[in-house]
Design a protein around this ligand. Structure first.
Ligand code: 13P
Ligand code: SF4
Length: 314
């Protein structure tokens, strides 16, 4: 329900743009959100791009159209801004697969070990990490720690194994997974490739098949972050693509490469957490200045270091 009066999407978008201007708010959105939400954002990007944008803003409010850990990053990097998330239900199955206490135990058992934490983690987990990474810079970050005695890569099992294969650097890898990408197994991707023999295959490294031989070694396959996959649709000479990630990404792909045919890996490639953010919830977030995500300063100080280290490496 739209509350007191039902507003159309056009009316909601107009109200959002007016509220943004009046309240000096910056709207950041991930590629997995609904197209109409992406359309009202000032910046739409992957986790690395969003982190960079959050780090440099001087806006009064940052409204995060994405999931909770992303809003936490904005709060950590911009402690003087008010960071809002339109839905409290916008969690992340991958971020939920590990706690700060889990990492503290590992650190106690491995005092000389290095912890590389994917940004899809809570602030508590980041506080124990030596360096963060995203899918766009994970290889570069792990390379920077090549000479470490021992590395724990967390929490994504698939991304960790993909990076291990790419770099040849052995790591201990946490057994977490994204509930969407873990369904994109090697047989699922291979079956689609057989169905569309001329298609290039764009694979997000959180996918279960990304580090398996038939996918990892295939000349038809490009593996990269959502931004990388989008750029590839435009730059590749291929006319047809199998897209192995969340379906929201297709919206931007169609914009950058309108003449290309895009085939989504499965009908169920949908992250329900990313879809919690509707145009109405963005409007209400701006109007009522809700829901604030505020990482307590003592925790933010600890969690900021590995994020800043990542930004200095990539
Ligand atoms: P990137 O946008 O960094 O590729 O990550 C995808 C993702 O799972 C975000 O939750
Ligand atoms: Fe988390 Fe997976 Fe959704 Fe990304 S797609 S936000 S990793 S649950």
């Amino acid at each position: 329900m739209n509350g007191e009066k039902r507003l159309t999407n056009e009316e909601l978008a107009a109200q959002i743009i007016e509220l943004k201007r009046r309240k000096r708010a910056l709207l950041l959105g991930h590629y997995y959100t609904y197209p109409e939400v992406q359309d009202v954002c000032d910046y739409v990007g992957d986790s690395l791009g969003l982190t960079r944008e959050a780090a440099k803003t001087d806006a009064e409010f940052v409204v995060f159209c994405g999931v909770h850990f992303m809003a936490e990053i904005a709060s950590i990097l911009c402690p003087t801004r008010k960071v809002l998330i339109p839905s409290l239900e916008a969690g992340c199955s991958l971020a939920s697969s590990i706690t700060g206490a889990d990492v503290a135990v590992w650190k106690a058992l491995n005092p000389e070990g290095v912890v590389i934490g994917y940004v899809n983690t809570t602030a508590e987990v980041k506080a124990y990490a030596d360096c963060c990474c995203t899918s766009a810079n994970a290889i570069k970050v792990v390379e920077a720690y090549r000479n470490s005695k021992k590395i724990l890569f967390l929490p994504d099992w698939n991304l960790g194994h993909y990076v291990e294969r790419k770099t040849g650097i052995g790591m201990e890898i946490w057994q977490g997974a994204c509930h969407v990408h873990r369904e994109f197994t090697e047989p699922t991707i291979r079956a689609k490739m057989a169905q569309y023999p001329n298609a290039e295959v764009l694979v997000h490294p959180e996918s279960a098949g990304a580090w398996c031989d038939a996918i990892f070694n295939s000349p038809r396959v490009y593996i990269g972050s959502t931004s990388g996959m989008i750029a590839r649709t435009a730059s590749s000479p291929a006319k047809q693509f199998i897209v192995v990630t969340e379906q929201g990404t297709l919206y931007r792909m169609r914009k950058v490469a309108p003449d290309k045919e895009l085939i989504l890996i499965t009908d169920t490639a949908v992250c329900e957490y990313m879809k919690q953010t509707s145009l109405l919830s963005v409007y209400q977030a701006l109007r009522d200045e809700r829901y604030e995500v505020k990482v307590p300063e003592e925790l933010a100080v600890r969690a900021r270091k590995p994020i800043e280290r990542m930004l200095s490496i990539s």
